[in-house]
Design a protein. Sequence first.
Length: 616
Amino acid sequence: VQTAISILDKFFNDNSSPETVSFYISPLFVQTQMGKAVAKETSQRYLLTQLLILYANHKFELKTNGQEAMVYLSPHPPLRQKKLNDCVSDSFYRELFMSPCLSGWDDGQSKHAYMHLCHEVLSRSQLNATAKLREAGIMPRKLVFLPTLSNTSLANNGTHLSLGSLKLTQLLSDHESGFTRVHEKFIGDLVIKVIEHFLPLFVGTYTAAPYRLNFSDFHPEKVLGFLPHELDYTHLRMLWACWKQKARLKILGRSFTPFGLKSLDSAISSVFRLRGDFVPDFRLIDYFVSLMSTNRSPALDGRLGNWDRLKSDLLSLGVFDPRLTPYFLCRLRECSLAGFSGFEGRYYSLFHSINDDLRHAANLQTLITALAFKLVLEGRWRHGDIPDDPPTESERRQIFFGSAIGLSSFYVHENTRNVFLKSIIQRTTGTRYSRRYSGHIKVYHSHFRKALLQVLLNEGADVIDMLGLQDTIQDLTERVADKENRSTARKLKSAILKKLGADNVFQVRAEEFNCEAENYYRTDLMRHHMREALHFLSEDVLVLSKDTDVCDGMRANTALKFAGVEDPVSFVESESPALVHNESSFGDVVAFIRLTLLTIHRNANRAEYLLKRGNN
């Protein structure tokens, strides 16, 4: 009962999507198998969420009355929601989807107002992005295709993974240590700048949000999303040119984009065989994932208050609002605000496997963060080596966004001021001077990822050994070497195409692929995640049945009897298939809920014990 009550506030809504936060802090120690602890907690949370939904469907007779609630992981808003968004005003969209009935919030009215503010700001921000596209020369025509100011970007769903440091938190709590929030901010911002260079290793490799685009979708003011606010004009033009080349948007040798009239664009697409494109992680393009610095207010210069100064500048430009939480790819969790010192990774979209993809992604994030700290504390890299001006910041982030689009190459200035990026480029094979952009070096994404892997192997060998991450490095090596077959983007795309009975993504129209992707997420992928979660439950129940520890004043094997089943181990094994296919009885659902709560209680207690011991 105590555990059930303690996790009530872990379920709530954020904007127009349900959201959960961790039931307990997962200790990333060698004895907990590092990232497996994160995967287990995530799977437990996912399983309990599904069980509660099944309970509600039974208890409130939703199924009896022809209704059924469902929860599943999806990186994109439903297609019908996007189509409706194109037909209504932004104010009416907010009235429809920004519900004031918010669970998990003590002050629902304030949260409702905040949700309205988020949507209003991002809608206006997308409109203001068109002016930047005109200034960048990407929209030579005066025609702008914006059927409505409203957008559905807030319904794009991803995963945030925060890593906290016991040591840093302890130093900041000890007033005699001499380590203050000034040092935390100065070092933390530099660590983030180093980390950002390694983010292309994650995109498509461990998470993805596959999306199909028709030729008629290639209006730059729509398809480029919030990139005009995230990249400098130079890199935005380069990225758009590479994207058009990838999508083969040419007619008689000339680059061509749609007019906006569906019948005309459809005819042009059919006659000239303009197929559109496939994007491995469209969520990162369609969502405002990172604020770009201004010349006056850098975001990561190591000074206290720099985020507030940046937000104030962006307000005057019509890009952002100071009342919103700052958007960054990797965000510093300051001890004075969050209660711990650490870093939050905000670049994860959809995992194909929680046990496989999330486990290794958590390990890789830990490794890269630890390596960045090592390089910074050794004095190898300083703030001046990674300048904070917008063009230099944009230069490293274009690689990340290019990976999300699936581009084959990017361009770096031969005299780039980013010394850290230059050191990685020097390790990269297959580079050459660009014939298109004078003074720039052409770098292939596949070769750049291999160079990043070599940096991890060479500079972080001691960190890998200390954390016991050899298995993750082996997995990453295989994915980087054979991304076409081993990556998460490939797994998701192949599964969707299999349901369509197609061999190639361009054999089907965008609407067919994206619609089938939704169907896959709420059926096959949901069941796959359920099986993984039930596997973890089976392991935990087996341990509990043999455990001699005391659980709420009684032995664990005695506590298991409260689940209402004679043999919990056999019960989980025999009844899991029915649960996965939503065929379990109400009594079995209740038994699964009780078993899940028992395992959560035990794992939470064990995690707390390990964290206290680690802190000592």
